[in-house]
Design a binder for this molecule. Structure first.
Ligand code: ZN
Length: 375
């Protein structure tokens, strides 16, 4: 099914404008833009004015190149990138699908490697100009040259991202290596636990040493680790399960010649909220509860359902993986139609899906309905 493309790539809310780099959409979250403007403004006021501003902009560009590193290696495995979003604590590359463990290893490594390469190029470039490597300029925090400071910033970015804990790249590297031995779910649990432990240590250390930036970063690391393990729980509940296992198979339909009154009666008589509108075996549209009520208010009960129904509805193949169907369902107002070619097999509604997931979590899987094979 090709509805996946274009539907799932809605931009992250709060992202301001979009540019395209090497074919990857790059967006800037408004908090990032505020921070960048703020830092550059502070830099310009300081004693070394322009230099501080250039430093900030250079490091942000390096973060962007880090994310592009992820995106380009993902593309090598045939995985597109919906978008790169720059947040104040770093960038995020949203991939079109979850990579397999072996792919994830290289995709995750690519980001920190970009920063290491930039640092090596800057240090090497400076050494070529002066004839010897000047480590002081890299590691002396205030006295270093601008090039040395940018190199040091990149080394720090690489090291921080290589910490073996979620949600850092190092956590993904750890997960992908563990996944080859203990399965993806357990590997994720270990990497997420490492992330939470690291966040707590970092937060405590920040509090004790009075470094509140570290406390701030620790907070985001903790949130990221928790989010990742929740996402994986969701995935493990839905991956490998076909849409047909969770769909409603006992449902009512409307004929295209039915009136809004007929539809309203059906809405009252059943617990169903969305009704496929059919002509014989052919599905013409979908009439949801809110559309029905609007039609009733605007045109009264005597209008035809075919005049009010939505012709642009979401269809899913019965064999489609639930983990892929959920994002599509999330974008509908009510339900998606499960269709095998032109034949309507069932409805996938949010309510039914929630029940299905709850039952699965309790280990009482609903028996899978038999699907008649066609052709
Ligand atoms: Zn990264």
């Amino acid at each position: 099914m090709d509805q996946r493309k274009g539907r799932n790539d809605t931009p992250t809310p709060g992202s301001l404008f979009s540019i395209s780099l090497l074919g990857v959409p790059v967006r800037f979250h408004f908090t990032f833009v505020l921070l960048a403007v703020f830092l550059v403004a502070i830099g310009l006021e300081g004693p070394s004015g322009a230099e501080a501003a250039i430093y900030v902009l250079a490091l942000f560009s390096c973060i962007l190149m880090h994310e592009l590193g992820h995106a380009l290696v993902a593309r090598h495995y045939g995985i597109g990138t919906h978008e790169i979003v720059l947040f104040p604590i770093g960038g995020v590359a949203r991939l079109e699908r979850n990579p397999k463990p072996r792919e994830e290893l290289w995709i995750a490594l690519a980001g920190p490697m970009v920063n290491l390469a930039i640092a090596a190029a800057l240090i090497g470039g400076a050494a070529a100009m002066s004839g010897s490597v000047d480590w002081n300029s890299v590691f002396a925090r205030k006295s270093g040259s601008l090039m040395g400071q940018i190199a040091a910033g990149n080394l720090l970015l690489a090291l921080f991202n290589l910490l073996p804990a979620f949600p850092m790249d190092g956590g993904r590297i750890l997960r992908s290596m563990l996944a080859l031995r203990m399965g993806e779910d357990n590997a994720t649990a270990v990497a997420a636990r490492a992330g939470r432990a690291l966040a707590i240590l970092m937060g405590l250390f920040g509090l004790i040493s009075g470094n509140f930036l570290l406390v701030f970063v620790a907070f985001f690391v903790y949130l990221g680790a928790a989010q990742e393990s929740a996402a994986v729980l969701g995935r493990s509940l839905t991956q490998g399960i076909p849409v047909s296992a969770a769909m409603v198979t006992d449902f009512r339909t409307l004929a295209h010649g039915d009136s809004i009154r007929d539809a309203a009666n059906l809405l009252l008589a059943t617990s169903q909220q969305d009704f496929p509108v059919v002509h014989g075996d052919q599905v013409l549209g979908l009439l949801g509860r809110s559309t029905l009520l609007r039609a009733m208010a605007q045109h009264g009960p005597d209008g035809y359902v075919s005049g009010a129904m939505d012709r642009d509805f979401t269809t899913l193949a019965p064999a489609m993986d639930l983990s892929e169907a959920i994002p599509l369902l999330a974008e509908t107002t009510g339900c998606a139609l499960v269709m095998d070619q032109d034949r309507l097999l069932g409805l996938l509604t949010k309510e039914n899906l929630a029940e299905f997931l709850m039952l699965r979590r309790l280990g009482m899987e609903k028996p899978k309905p038999q699907i008649a094979k066609v052709g």
